[in-house]
Design a binder for this molecule. Structure first.
Ligand SMILES: Nc1ncnc2c1ncn2[C@@H]1O[C@H](COP(=O)(O)OP(=O)(O)O)[C@@H](O)[C@H]1O
Ligand SMILES: [Mg+2]
Length: 262
């Protein structure tokens, strides 16, 4: 039996109001139970509500309906402030602080959570090492490539030791080659850190490489149209995955689903 970390029950989200003629229903009804160390991937068309959903999961916004449970405890429609430490967030645009070095960006995150001391300083180095950037710790964001900036963003999201890492199209702004390379790095980070990860992508191959389970969202208002378990053992998830028969079956199946949702 796996431990259930996080549950989302019938989450809905709308903006505006009927009265002001700006009502928009973005998420209709989403439920999922996420186990410890799972890698969940969400696939869906642009504008279907993926970021809106992740913002609710990461405590940046609240749901209009439904509830969430963290370690079996009901936390309602918005993640309470004191539970935010359980989450780490990476956005498509890296939003690093330009006036702070790589390590300074990580330290800033720790400071906002009042985490100080030698053990946290050590953790800054450990996380920069995990993303392969320890030698760049004194370097400012403008001196880093797009891929390196995203790696600092991932290290920053991990530095306070969250349980759940939320990744909103973290590779979306990168060129194809960097993107592929970093997708393998995310796989390694998952193996090394054993975090629960929830990631949005629009790339089917990336989804199969990384996910335990893939949820496909409908167009807005979002509901889950498919849940696909990726039954490829972790040992087979490597640079040879494109030769894997199961990978190719899943790819065909999911591409078919994605085409039908367009
Ligand atoms: N604060 C907001 N106010 C009004 N509409 C919003 C707001 N945030 C998102 N939306 C709408 O929600 C829809 C889904 O947006 P988003 O979640 O960013 O989609 P995705 O990440 O899947 O591309 C869009 O139509 C967008 O216009
Ligand atoms: Mg988005």
């Amino acid at each position: 039996m796996q431990n259930k970390v996080f549950s989302v029950k019938n989450i809905a989200k709308s903006f505006g109001s009927e009265k002001e003629h700006n009502y928009i229903e973005v998420i209709r009804d989403i439920s999922m139970d996420i186990d410890e160390k799972e890698f969940i991937v969400i696939l869906g068309n642009s504008g279907c509500g993926k970021s809106t959903f992740l913002k609710i999961l990461g405590g940046i916004d609240s749901a209009t309906k439904g509830s969430m449970e963290l370690y079996g405890k009901n936390i309602g429609r918005q993640i309470p402030r004191n539970a935010l430490k359980h989450f780490g967030f990476v956005f498509q645009s890296n939003n690093l602080l330009p006036w702070r070095t790589a390590e300074g960006n990580l330290r800033f995150n720790l400071n906002t959570m009042k985490l100080k001391g030698p053990e946290w300083e050590k953790r800054i180095d450990e996380m920069l090492d995990i993303v392969g950037l320890l030698d760049y710790k004194k370097v400012y964001p403008h001196e880093l490539s797009g891929g390196m900036k995203q790696r600092v963003g991932i290290a920053r999201a991990l530095v306070h030791d969250p349980d759940i890492l939320i990744l909103d199209q973290p590779l979306g702004a990168l060129d194809a080659i960097t993107r592929k390379m970093l997708s393998y790095e995310i796989l390694n980070i998952w193996k090394k850190t054993q975090k629960t990860i929830i990631m949005v992508t629009n790339n089917v191959d990336e989804a199969i490489l990384l996910a335990n389970r893939i949820f496909v969202f409908s167009n807005k208002p979002a509901v889950i149209t498919h849940e696909i378990r990726v039954d490829i053992p972790v040992e087979q998830r490597n640079h040879e995955i494109a030769n894997n028969q199961r990978f190719n079956e899943l790819r065909e199946q999911i591409n078919e689903i994605v085409r039908a949702t367009l």
